[in-house]
Write a protein of this length. Sequence first.
Length: 472
Amino acid sequence: MLELTFDPDARTLYAYFTPIDEGEDSDQAEFPGMFLLDAAGQIVAFHVEIGKDLPVTALRDALTHPEVHLDHDDTVLRLTFSQETPDTHVDLPYQAIIDRDRTGRALGIEFIADMEFEIAQRLRWLQPSIVEVFGSDEEGTEGAAVFATEVTSDAGAREDEVEHDEVAAPPRISDEEVRVGLVALVGKPNVGKSTLLNAYFGAKLSIVSPKPQTTRIVVRGILNRPQAQIVFVDTPGLHKPQSQLGEYMVEAARRSIPDADVICFVVDATEPPTSQDRIIAESIKKAHKPTILVLNKVDIAHHVDLYLQAFQEMGPWEMEVAVSAKEAEGIEGLLEEIIQRLPMGPRLFPEDQQTDLSPREQVAELVREKVLLNTQQEVPHGVAVEVEEWEERGERLYIRATVNVERDGHKGIIIGDRGQMLKKIGAAARYEIERLLGRPVFLDLWVKVRKDWRSDPSALHWLGYDIKKLKS
């Protein structure tokens, strides 16, 4: 029987044609297709238009499964899970991705759904084939797909009784009223937003490097004080995007502005305002939220007073505060100004939680940081990191991560002569990861080429930069 895995968070199904060993998948091919649905909206089959780009010999493992068929003059691959006659179809929002080994043999195929499709509610016929559900740490869930599904039959409407684990209501955090809210750190790239966030925690919640556009995702740092809970939102630097990845980053930053209770407009005090600063200032003013102008890098600035006036004229701002995020100077004064402007309410997060990033996301970001610090020019900007395996192995935690690059030449640079660069990146990342997790780690790094992934919607979705999801 064809085996499937399901990741509900990523809305992704993966069908295995054959067991896949570590590093065996070395190439990918992408094809358009559709979900085939029965009258109740349940998935009965997948239809993939492979054309003549994938020879029959590449599908020898796939075609050993009774669910897999090749028809329509060998141009359509179909995975069928029910004898129900399809009633309708929905086009795949992202192309199906077929993983291949070095000989071109197809190893498996991945299907990604839009949020609006609600794929978790359409898996009635696929459940017997799903052997693992990702995204759950509860004991007893591995090896069994659990979904609550409502379907209808020709005999009339009925509800299928599907066993599922009861989900406990989240515990009430506190009845105490404190100053609480979201504080957006907004500014152009490389002004020190992530350094400022990290300074408040004395730890690396958001990666930093001298290169612009280091931050790609929104990182939330949860700072607790006796009478306040401040949720800092570190946003990607606002810039003119040159790729779909850039569009994702800019959209993520822009959406953080109206959602914030307080905005910190972070600027570089070592230079006068630029056109980028002025554009960002206009966006902030439209939000009509309390805004503090934060002049960073005052430890190395020589014309703070002169530039301050120019930044003030872009306002008005409720307050101007000079800080050095790198030296942690002035940050407590800034914090006091922020807390004064937050509304009263119950804490949004438990007091022992510092970030909403998962450990896997933090590990992926730490590996990417080491690539940024050790490579030059265009290479680091074309890198994305996936954590693909996370397994207890004795006293050590085994982590396998893939460093995705856009060019074959970039792969060679990151691996380096006799693998020396990859070893250097891995050693530096492992040190940070062990500090983060507080335990020994075996970090296994691989490098894979994903051609032009920054402008490929399917690759961006796979790597976690889903602009459609962001806008939904």
